[in-house]
Design a protein around this ligand. Structure first.
Ligand code: MSP
Length: 635
């Protein structure tokens, strides 16, 4: 048995979880479940990154304390993960006292070894990246990731002698091909290392930033957030005091998005080396989900919320899409339409439908009990055996999209076998063969469900439970053996496993995903598509008065407003709950789009949309600057 310890980046708590952070976390959870299926001793850790400038600034902007902000947002991450069927063994926070102690311990050790010194530095500091950017990294004087001009900061600080480890790192990468993967990111790191590596500034003066871990050998400084955050991977396994820490460490796989390659591939291994700790085993880098060709990360100002997607489509279907549609290492496109297409074709048509067809015939002709298998298995057995034998390689090589596709090929082959054998007519002519066909189809489906269980744990467990399979921890090597399906056991009927998603459901989720899309262009860039006056005049804007406002249950984003619009009263549902308390809104005169087709959001009808301006994650309502009768048109 080998150990497998998988980590996600710990997420900054200056923004809510979104589809990008959800992706890495679902990927870690899925890999963790695959390794359990393969019989490994596993550990899965995620958490939140809570110190530093970014958090201090976000707290100040919201008029709250950093502690209150980190408690609130970290809680949001922690509560979201189970809703996505993500089950980490440990959720770590960098404000945990155990972590603070570890960071100080490692700093002291590296200092005592002579690899930390005091000096002065001036450089271009990007708050978005929380690091100094080199001249070479700037594009037109701006940070290429955040499109902002970094601040020039010059101050006295502590420095880590990172440059000393440049050659060691180059040798280590050359000797360990799986150290940074896929290949393209390994090459990118080798590219960084072609230039001389500078030392890393690892402190911030207290006078500029209070919110950090105190440097143990100088109270006037706090620790730079990356030096603090990266060490979470050691805190989580009880470094130096848990008897098993080194077993887990030897099997570690760090999963990250391409945005944080440099800190993980350069700072982290050199920090470990300086502290006398073995480097990590694998750093696996994935690409970005793009939404209509633009990054969905908070830095691009377009976070796509996860809750409405779970609500409309279900957690397992969303997980399926995320795992199936991204090839690890490459960027992928996220569109709600693509998601629906995946669910309808793979899950509703192929997988769910196969279960319904088999269940129905077994109920009609075999008293709901799984019939007897044939003496010699059909061609599906060979296909299934082949697939099962390839699972470990797909998992180790991180080809989850291909594993899923191959498994769906088995499901599709089973559907074809079902069609061509026509068990519904055999039921009338040869009941025995009919039973054998149904057994074989059910067996292929059972094996496919076992292979897909790490991707869709709840749905696949439900499917297996309907077949009378025990769904506690099972192993692929003993469970996915052709012929293990038990005859005579009840095959329970139930509602469709994956209902088809119709246009209406899709339509209803779009405004919730992009509540202010029409009001707030995503960037400050001038619009490129000019429209005609008559296009604009189709939109009826009117003044409305807010009569009442209340929060909607099960979402922290939406408010239900009753508004007065001339002689009319209407209800609208608006995504402003994180920016306005309901009581702040009473009596306000706002601007609404009055001629939008009504939509349903979380089961509530919304007859219109209010307008708000958006910048830096903050929303501000558009209002009128003098009293005017509700219903007045805006032109
Ligand atoms: N706090 C640091 C990480 C410290 S780890 C020691 C941080 N946090 S973050 O909240 O900004 O999260 C970045 C990570 O979120 C990415 O590396 C990636 O895992 C995920 N993603 C954010 N946007 C994403 C996409 N659009 N697409 C895919 N993943 C993305 O950086």
């Amino acid at each position: 048995m080998s150990t497998y310890y998988v980590t996600t980046p710990i997420y900054y708590v200056n923004a809510d979880p979104h589809i990008g952070t959800a992706y890495t976390t679902v990927l870690a959870d899925t890999l963790w479940r695959y390794h359990r299926l393969l019989g490994d001793d596993t550990l899965f850790v995620t958490g939140t990154d809570e110190h530093g400038d970014k958090i201090a600034r976000a707290a100040a902007a919201r008029g709250t304390t950093p502690q209150a902000l980190v408690d609130e947002v970290s809680g949001r991450f922690r509560r979201l993960w189970p809703r996505l069927h993500v089950a980490p063994d440990r959720f770590i926070r960098t404000t945990d006292p155990e972590h603070v102690t570890l960071v100080q311990h490692i700093l002291q050790r590296v200092y005592d070894r002579g690899d930390i010194y005091f000096g002065e530095y001036g450089g271009h500091y990007c708050t978005g990246c929380e690091r100094f950017l080199t001249e070479k990294e700037l594009v037109d004087g701006k940070c290429p990731d955040h499109q902002t001009i970094p601040e020039f900061v010059q101050e006295k600080n502590y420095f880590f002698r990172m440059s000393k480890y440049q050659n060691w790192l180059l040798d280590h990468i050359a000797a360990h091909p799986g150290f940074i993967r896929p290949e393209r990111y390994r090459n990118e790191v080798l590219g960084f290392l072609r230039e001389p590596l500078e030392d890393l500034c690892i402190s911030r003066p207290r006078s500029r930033l209070e919110w950090g871990i105190e440097i143990p050998f100088d109270r006037n400084f706090v620790t730079y957030v990356w030096f603090d955050a990266l060490l979470n991977y050691l805190t989580a396994i009880g470094y130096d005091h848990d008897p098993h820490w080194s077993d887990y460490w030897s099997g570690v796989e760090h999963l990250i998005g391409k945005d944080i390659l440099k800190p993980h591939a350069i700072y982290w291994p050199t920090m470990l080396k300086a502290a006398g700790i073995e480097p990590f085993r694998h750093l696996t880098v994935h690409g970005y989900w793009n939404f209509k060709e633009s990054k969905i990360s908070k830095s691009a100002g377009k976070p796509v919320d996860v809750e409405p997607l779970i609500h409309a489509f279900g957690a397992d279907a969303l997980r399926y899409f995320l795992m199936r549609d991204m090839v690890i290492g490459l960027d992928a496109k996220f569109t709600p339409e693509g998601l629906v297409q995946r669910i309808n074709s793979d899950l509703a048509n192929d997988l769910g439908n196969l279960l319904s067809r088999i269940t129905k015939l077994v109920a009609d002709h075999f008293d709901g009990k799984i019939p007897e298998p044939p003496a010699a298995p059909c061609e599906l057995a060979e296909l299934a055996r082949n697939l099962v034998s390839q699972v470990p390689a797909f998992v180790v090589e991180l080809k989850l999209h291909a594993l899923i596709e191959e498994t769906l090929q088995l499901v599709r082959a089973t559907n074809r076998y079902f069609e061509s054998s026509a068990p519904w007519s055999l039921a009338k002519t040869d009941r025995k063969i009919c039973g054998e066909v149904l057994y074989e189809c059910a067996e292929a489906l059972r094996i496919a469900a076992m292979i897909l269980q790490p991707v869709m744990p709840a749905k696949m467990n439900e499917l297996l439970a309907r077949m009378g399979e025990p769904v506690e921890r099972f192993l692929l090597s003993t469970g996915a053996v052709w012929g293990a399906l038990r005859s005579g056991v009840a095959l329970q009927s139930g509602p469709a496993l994956f209902p088809r998603i119709d246009e209406k459901t899709l339509g209803s989720v779009l405004p919730e995903l992009f509540p202010t899309a029409a009001a707030a262009p995503a960037s400050d860039a001038p619009p490129t598509d000019l429209i005609e006056m008559q296009d604009f005049s189709r939109v009826q804007l009117r003044v409305a008065k807010i009569l009442s406002a209340e929060r909607l249950a099960n979402t922290d984003k939406l408010l239900r407003l009753q508004i007065e619009l001339g002689s009319e009263r209407r209800q609208i549902v608006a995504g402003i709950a994180q920016h306005y308390a309901p009581e702040q809104l009473l009596g306000r005169l706002i601007i609404v789009v009055a001629n939008l087709k009504p939509v349903k959001l979380r089961g509530e009808t919304s007859e219109g949309m209010l307008l708000a301006a958006k910048a830096d994650g903050k929303l501000v309502l558009l209002t009128v600057d003098a009293d005017i009768a509700p219903g007045a048109s805006v032109s």
